[in-house]
Design a protein around this ligand. Structure first.
Ligand SMILES: *[C@@H]1O[C@H](CO)[C@@H](O)[C@H](O)[C@H]1NC(C)=O
Ligand SMILES: *[C@@H]1O[C@H](CO)[C@@H](O)[C@H](O)[C@H]1NC(C)=O
Ligand SMILES: *[C@@H]1O[C@H](CO)[C@@H](O)[C@H](O)[C@H]1NC(C)=O
Length: 237
């Protein structure tokens, strides 16, 4: 009798542990399924300030609201799914409608232009310490200069500001983004951007894609030096 009682209590206690383990497993998996990583408060506020600097006629950033909402779920935002840091901002303009050449009707063109973001780029982006990818291509920034603070986004790997109607001088500070792999600033259909110096490009040692189509290099006094630097660092030479 006592042996039987022992084995029953043994069984039920092992059941207890089994249930506990199952419950824990369930918690883990349901967590992963819903991807419950919340964004950081500071980063949410930084994105809000970034939004306030932008002109967004078509309300593309309608999901960017709230003091407590998860900014990892906002349009165009990708977070690291473990740390919750904002890693990517994808806000290119209307797909394939960069330049108005593909619009079929005046109505479509109007809508396409409305979809393009404008305004200015808030330096609050600097608070996104782990930002790796920034795509604001195909928008319309109406000839403003690319702000030099962009050079302080030290973790950027890809920067695409092509065909977004930026103007003026390209900030040489971009040369400070030492991790940059892909840099796209050009515009096949012309841009009013120009460059005074090119030397800064040679400090981007990981760069493997560079698009500067249409950028006026005639004022660049040092392109010769720049090319020879490339010659020195190129693994092909
Ligand atoms: C987390 O992100 C990585 C790459 O960024 C991806 O491979 C992985 O599947 C993601 N995990 C979950 C649970 O979403
Ligand atoms: C940059 O953006 C333009 C326009 O959206 C796109 O066509 C191009 O492929 C992008 N460049 C890179 C390197 O992703
Ligand atoms: C950033 O780039 C500018 C222009 O190339 C340079 O003068 C400046 O020293 C750089 N700043 C840092 C912190 O590297």
């Amino acid at each position: 009798m006592s042996v039987l009682r022992f084995s029953i209590s043994y069984l039920s206690s092992s059941h207890f542990w089994l249930l506990l383990v199952l419950a824990l497993l369930h918690l883990c998996f349901s967590d992963q399924k819903s991807g419950d990583v919340l964004c950081m408060d500071g980063e949410r506020r930084a994105l809000m300030r970034f939004k306030h600097g932008l002109i967004d006629e078509a309300d593309r950033l309608a999901s960017w609201v709230g003091e407590t909402s998860d900014c990892c779920r906002w349009a165009g935002i990708v977070c690291d799914n473990i740390t919750g840091h904002v890693h990517q901002i994808h806000l290119p303009g209307p797909d394939g409608h960069c330049d108005g050449m593909y619009f079929l009707s005046k109505e479509e063109e109007k809508e396409g232009l409305k979809q393009m973001l404008g305004g200015h780029l808030s330096p609050s982006l600097l608070e996104l310490k782990q930002l790796k990818y920034l795509d604001l291509s195909c928008n319309n920034f109406k000839q403003i200069q690319i702000p030099s603070f962009i050079g302080s986004l030290r973790n950027l790997r890809r920067l695409n500001l092509s065909r977004s109607n930026f103007g003026g001088m390209n900030p040489p500070q971009i040369g400070n983004i030492s991790e940059l792999r892909v840099l796209s600033l050009g515009d096949l259909y012309g841009t009013t951007m120009s460059m005074m110096k090119m030397q800064w490009l040679s400090s981007l040692r990981w760069l493997h894609h560079l698009d500067m189509r249409g950028i006026d290099l005639s004022k660049a006094i040092d392109w010769f030096v720049f090319l020879s630097t490339l010659g020195y660092t190129s693994p092909c030479s």
